[in-house]
Every structure is written in C-alpha cells, then in structure tokens.
Design a protein. Structure first.
Length: 132
C-alpha cells in the first residue's frame, strides 16, 4: 500500500524509461488517465491503452525514445505537490518549466491541464508535476 499514487505513477514511468523498457503497466485511476492523456498530447509518450480487465483497471504506456541516440524523451519527471506539502499557484504565478521547453501539469477546477493551458484559461490550481 502506497500513500501517494501520483508519485508512484511518476516513479514507475521514470524507472521504466531509465531501464529502457518499451512498455510500463500502471494501476489506473481517473487522475492518472488524465495525466497520461496530457503526456501523450504533449509528445512525451508514444501511446497508451486503458484496460479494464481487473476491478481497478490498468494503463499500459508505450514509452518514447530518440531514434538516433536511443535516449528517453522524458529527461526528468518530478513530483511537486505532495500529500504532506501541497503547492498551489494562481493563474499569474504558474511556473515555466525549463523556460517554456517543459510542461507543468496542474490540477484546476476545470480539470487537469498543462500550465500553459491553465494560464490561457486564467485559472490556477495545484501544481502536480514537472515534465521535461
């Protein structure tokens, strides 16, 4: 039993990409599905598939690697807001990751989105993680 499912999700992706795995399987939840869709839309993962074979279901994520150097596309994936210390940002205070090259995933009242989308919609929220 783990207390922070988002940190577990990010750690599984981080470990699988460093080990050079093609696919990683993660227990599913609504928030994890939304984060997975954002990672796919932003080009950090190759593909994903939601499977509802068990009670909880699972997410299979195909990781993306550079064709020439075989390095993972996700250089760093870092949890920001933790259960012990939540980090919130207003619409004007949303962080820029790597001067705009990375993304911040933010949980807002309008759903989970990137920091750029949240700034465009003028909403703030909990900063879940940075990806670059």
């Amino acid at each position: 039993m783990y207390t922070d499912p988002i940190a577990d999700y990010l750690t599984r992706i981080r470990n699988a990409s460093r080990a050079g795995h093609r696919v990683v399987e993660i227990p599913a939840s609504k928030l994890k599905k939304e984060i997975t869709k954002i990672l796919f839309d932003q080009g950090y993962i190759l593909s994903y598939k939601f499977e509802d074979t068990t009670v909880q279901g699972s997410i299979k994520i195909a990781l993306k690697y550079d064709k020439m150097t075989k390095e993972p596309v996700i250089k760093k994936i870092q949890r920001i807001s933790t259960p012990g210390l939540r980090k919130y940002a207003g619409a004007n205070d949303l962080p820029r990751v790597l001067n705009g090259l990375g993304i911040a995933i933010v949980s807002t009242s309008h759903g989970v989105m990137t920091g750029k989308q949240a700034k465009r919609e003028n909403v703030g929220g909990e900063v879940l993680c940075y990806v670059y």
